[in-house]
Design a protein around this ligand. Structure first.
Ligand SMILES: Cc1cc2nc3c(=O)[nH]c(=O)nc-3n(C[C@H](O)[C@H](O)[C@H](O)COP(=O)(O)OP(=O)(O)OC[C@H]3O[C@@H](n4cnc5c(N)ncnc54)[C@H](O)[C@@H]3O)c2cc1C
Length: 202
């Protein structure tokens, strides 16, 4: 640890953290961006509908964003933040260093919980999807299975039918479905199959 005090330490170099870094850099703030790498954006082979890009790889967004942030003197380090403490200043610690800052922005993203189904990772973003907004459109007029372990997944199945396709099978994954939910799905012509999937064949 040294005595240097950053105006801001940003945790996470996804679109959120990078956009914050670019703006703070443009406000001539002294910014450190810490990222352990491998977030949600990085893993997305195809990001669609970002303004001005019909299709772009997530890793391209990150690479270009980092270049843009560096051009405004943002310092970027590949490090995992292990702890943040607040006294007069913030102290942000990684396994081998600590940094002081007046402000901290946490932009560490979310991560998808992938069920233990064989080949799920192999097909992630290519037939197996986790985000209705990102990928629902690709299923337009196709035959799909919607699977979920919370009741909200019933709403996803209903929304999929409203927007994208009528040929839907719903699988309650380790979820006991109330009769009322079964009735709504049945009224909408969505088949319910109560099984535990073990593999995606492709
Ligand atoms: C298959 C797929 C397709 C997608 N398609 C689209 C699409 O078409 N359109 C769209 O708008 N969105 C799409 N998304 C969603 C989009 O990628 C994310 O929602 C969005 O990019 C999240 O940005 P973020 O900055 O919040 O988080 P992230 O991109 O996850 O970035 C967070 C960063 O924080 C870092 N981090 C986390 N913890 C720490 C720590 N302790 N120390 C240091 N660093 C840390 C991570 O390593 C990561 O780099 C898709 C996602 C997936 C998985």
């Amino acid at each position: 640890m040294n005595d240097h005090v950053f105006d801001c330490v940003i945790i996470g170099a996804g679109p959120g953290g990078l956009q914050a870094a670019i703006y703070l850099g443009r406000y001539n703030r002294d910014v450190l961006l810490l990222d352990r790498s491998g977030g949600r954006t990085w893993h997305s082979r195809h990001i669609e509908n970002v303004l001005t890009h019909k299709l772009i790889a997530g890793s391209d967004i990150i690479d270009r964003g980092m270049e843009q942030a560096r051009s405004f003197n943002v310092r970027i380090e590949r490090k995992r933040v292990a702890a943040v403490r607040k006294e007069d200043l913030f102290t942000v610690s990684t396994p081998d260093a600590s940094y002081h800052a007046r402000y901290v922005i946490v932009s560490s993203g979310v991560y998808d919980i992938i069920p233990p189904i064989k080949n799920a990772l192999r097909f992630l973003g290519a037939g197996y999807y986790t985000c209705i907004d990102c990928d629902g459109y690709k299923t337009t007029n196709r035959k799909i299975v919607v699977m979920g372990d919370v009741l909200q997944s019933v709403n996803i199945a209903l929304a999929m039918k409203q927007m994208f396709t009528k040929d839907i099978t719903y699988i309650p994954y380790r979820l006991s479905l109330p009769d009322s939910a079964e009735e709504v799905l049945s009224e909408e012509g969505i088949k319910v199959v109560s099984v535990e999937p073990v593999s995606i064949i492709g």
